[in-house]
Each structure stands twice: as structure tokens, then as C-alpha cells.
Design a protein around this ligand. Sequence first.
Ligand code: ADP
Ligand code: MG
Length: 703
Amino acid sequence: MADLNNMSVEVLTRVGQAKAKALTVVDIRTVLDLLTYYPRRYIDRTNQASICELLDGVEAMVLARVNSVFAKKLRGNRTMVAVGVGDDTGNLKLVFFNQPWRERQLRQGQEVVIFGKLDRYRGQSQMTNPIVDLIGDETGRIVPVYPQSGKAGIQTHEIRRWVDEALRRSQQRGISDPLPRSLCVQNDLLGRHEAIDAIHRPDSMDICYAARNRLVFDELLRLQLKLIMRKRAAEQVAVGICHETKGVLLDRFVQSLGFPLTGAQRRVIDEVADDMARPVPMHRLLQGDVGAGKTVVAVTALLIAVQGGHQGALMAPTEVLANQHFLGVQQLLKGLQVPSAQTLSGEVDLQVALLTNQITAAERVQVQQAIRSGNIHIVIGTHALIQADVEFASLGAVVVDEQHRFGVEQRAALRAKGSSNNVPDVLVMTATPIPRTAAMTVFGDLDISTLDEVPPGRAPIVTRWARTAIEEAGVWEQLRGEVAQGRQAYVVCPIIEESEISNARSVIETYESLRSGQLEGLRVGLLHGRLTSPEKDTMMGLFRSGDLDVLVATTVIEVGVDVPNATMMVIVDADRFGVAQLHQLRGRVGRSDQASVCCMLAADAVGVAADRLRAVVSSTDGFELAEADLELRGEGTILGERQKGSSDLKLASLRRDRDWVIRARHAAVALLDEDPGLVSHQELREEVDLLLMEDDADYLLKN
Ligand code: ADP
Ligand code: MG
């Protein structure tokens, strides 16, 4: 690979300076770039439509021969090129407007593949501005078609010829294969040389798929090797705290809970405790569906640190959430005593403090002082926690809530609040379940714990999609009914841009119209992002204490808000939300043993938006929904729309290649367990460095 990468495409006979320059437009500079410029589709000549089978108005692909080319100037400096093509079954006219170069591109006798829709003009069938790929004098049964670039002026048949030459000239020496033979056998993989050859020049579609699998595996393996090596390197230099994980504080806490832990909570707490007992700093992702009871697990991690004389910190993405966590954790830990050598009784009250940018300067100084002296055991806060002036006496454990709102840097900054030979353990919590394979890729540098069990006794949330005006009226009727029984409700509106206000209901409009309409006479509050923090807190406080019946809000309530008496949620313009977000929102109700309901209003949702709503109606399992979501998002490689030319992840797709992600992960772990520095797999190691851009891994971790 390195050798191929050191060869400019100009070594190929037919690539001159001009073509070499043109190729840089599609990021092809070296022979390796060329060989990893994969076909975007294949034409199977034995499986084509014939001209006589084409139907008016239906897109189709045909293979035909050019019979005639005729260019004509039209009025107003416009041009038209008319091309006659034919196959064994008939003839067809192609018309190109304002593409004068077609006259030069298309020559009599050439074979071309045409994608387009048949239409009628003056009673005659023709295709207007179809996509045309030149086949050239290909003889193979299956012809690869490369992404072409009009800008670069490069045709698919040229690329095919260059690739052909490159492959022919590599034949003798061979393209080496860095994978241990056993891995290939185990995963039923083609050899590297065979795969590269077959993806460009397949004899059958079967071999083509097999070739793709091999190359996808290579891409994913390199990615996993990189992620795991990076994680292990970080572990090596960081010295963590070996926490004592059994102790009186933990026992007291578990006993003080009004409920037994679920099996999943016990399992995950053990995983966390095992990590914390080791000298290597914990770096673990806790994922669990809404309502699975993540807070208890998080608090356990903090208490493990506290009982050994260290401190714990919990960082939340917003002030509303930080406040809420503060209230919740204080409640959970009320009356808990921490063993202490410094008092006569041998105990002190466990101290929990809140640190956000909302508190007064004086309070802040006081809290900071107490954090520095160690008088505060657990701090809960926002980004304010990672500001430079916050110093801990001894930070032992950090919990970061809602992963997707924090970047890697922020996690690192909080970790740096410990001392260099006492790096705190980090637990990252996310309530947005992601499919396992996505987690392995995107959070490849974290260990993963999953709370896959919801505490017993929760009444399931019934979800409905209200499509018609009558159904919507029924929803408001039902809401009034809930309130009449002393319960509360949320009404959620999407955040919309000013420019879009015309076709969506703004939260303020919705609030006004409900208050004087369907919800007249009820106590209705309004919560959105433009309010100041104290205003938000007041509003949340009123709702929490039951002084409001209904809270009309934007997605500020998406995460963490916990008011068990709220049993109904109405989501306005639900088709504007994604699956994960709808599920997340719905999780705000159903937090007690009362039956809860979620109604999604969306009158004109069609297509994928309708599929999303149907998915949310049909399942309350966040993990199942995450898979469905991935399915609905359709095709796409892991790096998505990011410039693909410069990336190593050209073929792999999270949706199509789930199995390969898992296989690559296992293979990477096995290889590195046996040979941490890949010393006896030098070539593989070099490839990881050569092909995987440093920022590919970073990009995945940040997004
Ligand atoms: P999450 O953050 O995972 O959405 P929370 O930690 O907020 O869930 O817990 C949701 C609710 O379930 C809280 O009211 C909590 O007290 C309660 N809870 C947590 N664990 C259990 C359990 N094992 N049994 C019963 N209720 C529990
Ligand atoms: Mg929570």
C-alpha cells in the first residue's frame, strides 16, 4: 500500500500531466488513490432493459449503441444535440439541450449506458437530458461505472482503463495482504489483491459483493485498531485512583432507596465499580433508555469516590438540567452521613453543592472555596465546572450527562481537574440509545454499559398519531380530562426559524391560541429558550409543584425533566422531530404507575416523516427505535457527506455493514490483546497510520 501510495498516477502510460492535474479534482494523486476510487455501480450486461421494453414516464437504464449524432443551434444561443441510439430490439432518440460537448463525447458505434425517463415529443418517444456513461470497447459481462466528474473532465471509461493498467502492472509483484490468514478464513474473506481486482473487474456480482466485504472489513478494522490503540495509549500514561468499592456509604445509599435495584442496575453498577477499583482511569459510556434509572448508577459512582475521601462531580448540559439533577440528587442523598476522621462522631453530613453561572458572585466564591477545601463532597453543575478557577481538593469521579451535547475536549477538561497521578474516573451518560454497532464505531474509545431494563411497575406509554382535525380535537379533550383528574400535561412545539414561521406554529402562538381556546380556564405556563435562566427555573418550579396544569414548551424539556404527575404529552408538528427526539420527549411522561399517553399532532406527514411517526407509535423500546431510525435514514457511509476523497472510510456504511463493524471490533481487540504494539503486524500498523487520517477518528468522536 505504501509503495502504491508513493507512485504518482503519472507512472501510468495513458496519464499525462493534464490528466494527472484533472484527477486531483477528485483527490486522486497516487496509484493507491486510483485503486481505492471505487465504482459507484455496475452494469450487468446480461440483465439490461431492451429499448422495446421501455415505458413512457418510467426511469430505466438501457445499454445501446450510438447510431447518429446531430448538433443544432437554437435561437437565443441555445444548442441541441440529438443522438440516435439502438439495440437489437429498437431505436431511441436522445435529446440534449445546452450540452454542446455531447457532440464530441458521443461517436457513432460507441456503446453507452443510458439512464433516463422516456417521454413523448410530437408523438415520438425520446429521452431528454439522460445520464450517459460511455462503456467504450468493454468486453466483460459486468462493467463498473465510476463516479465521474464533469468539472475534471474525466470519463468513467478513462478511469477504467487506468485502473486496468494499474492492476495489470501490479499483477506480477502482487498487492500484499496484511491480514493474518486465520482472520481471513474465520471471516470468509477474499485476499486483498483478489478483492481489489474484483471490485474493479468483477466476473460476477457475487464476487463483487465478496470483494466489497473484504475492503469494508479492512476499513473498519483500521478504524477499530486506531480507536482501541488510542484508548489503550491514553490508559497507559494516566494513573487513576484505585477506589475501594465496598463500604458503608454505598450500603447506606442502596438501603435508603425506596425500591430494589433492577437487575440491569446491579450489573452496570458492578461494571462501574470494577473499573473504578482498577488503577486505569475509567472511561465508560452508560447508555439506557429514558426512565431506566441512570441517576442511581451515576450517584453510586460519585459515592464510591466520596467514601474513599475524594469528591464527585456531575456535569449537565443546561442549567435547567443541572438544577434538576441538584434537586434530585439532594433528595436521593438526604440524611446520608459520610465517615470522617475529623469529627468526634466520626461522621459528617454529605454535602452537595450546585455550581452554575447563575449563582451570585459571592455564592460562587463560597462554593469554590468549599470545593477547594474538600468540604463539599459532590458538585453538580454546568460548564461552569470546567472553568479555570474551579479547583478540587481531590476529584475522584466525574459523571457527564447527555453525551451528545459535550465534546471530547470538555470531557478532557473535566478529567484534567484531577491531579496527573490521580486522574478521575469518568462515566458518560446518554439517554439517546444508539445501536450497538454505531456505539462501537462512534464511541470506540469508551467502554459501554447498557441499562436495558426499565424498573417494574411502570404503566406503558400509549402513543397515538392524530392526523385529522377531529382527532386533534379529541386530544385536547383528553388533556382536559387528565387535568380534571389532578394530573398535568406537556405541550411541546418544535423550535422554528423566523423564516419558517408561516408554515409552522411557533411556541408562543401555540401558547396564546391554546390559552384562549382549547385549554381555556386551565393554568398554562410557557417555557422556551429565550427566557432567562431564573425565568426558566421559576416556570419549572411552578410546574413541578403542581401550580401549573399544562406546560407549553420547546425541546428545552427534552432531557432529564422529571415530574411524575405529568401523564400526558402532546407534540405539535411532530413530523418536524426525529425518531430519537420524539422518543426522548415521550420519556418525560410515564414516570409513575399512572397510565400515560403521548399524542403526536401531524396532519400532513408523508413519506419518511410518516414512517418515523409510525415507528414511534409502534415501539417504546429506545434501542429498537434507534435501529429503525438508522434504517429510515437510508444508505450512507459512516462519514456521511464529509469529503470522501480524503478519507479511508469509502465503502463502509453503518446501516449495511453492522455485522462487519462487530467482526472488525472483535478482530481488533484480539489482535491488540496478543500484540499491543502490532509489532508482528508491522504492515497493518503502517496502514493504519498511512490510510486513516488523524481527523477521521476525531471527526467520529466529535460528531
Ligand atoms: P433516567 O435518567 O435513566 O431516565 P432516572 O434515573 O431519572 O431515569 O429514573 C427515573 C425514575 O425511576 C426516578 O424517579 C427514579 O427514582 C426511579 N427509579 C430508578 N431506579 C428504580 C428502581 N430500581 N425501581 C424503581 N424505581 C426506580
Ligand atoms: Mg436522567
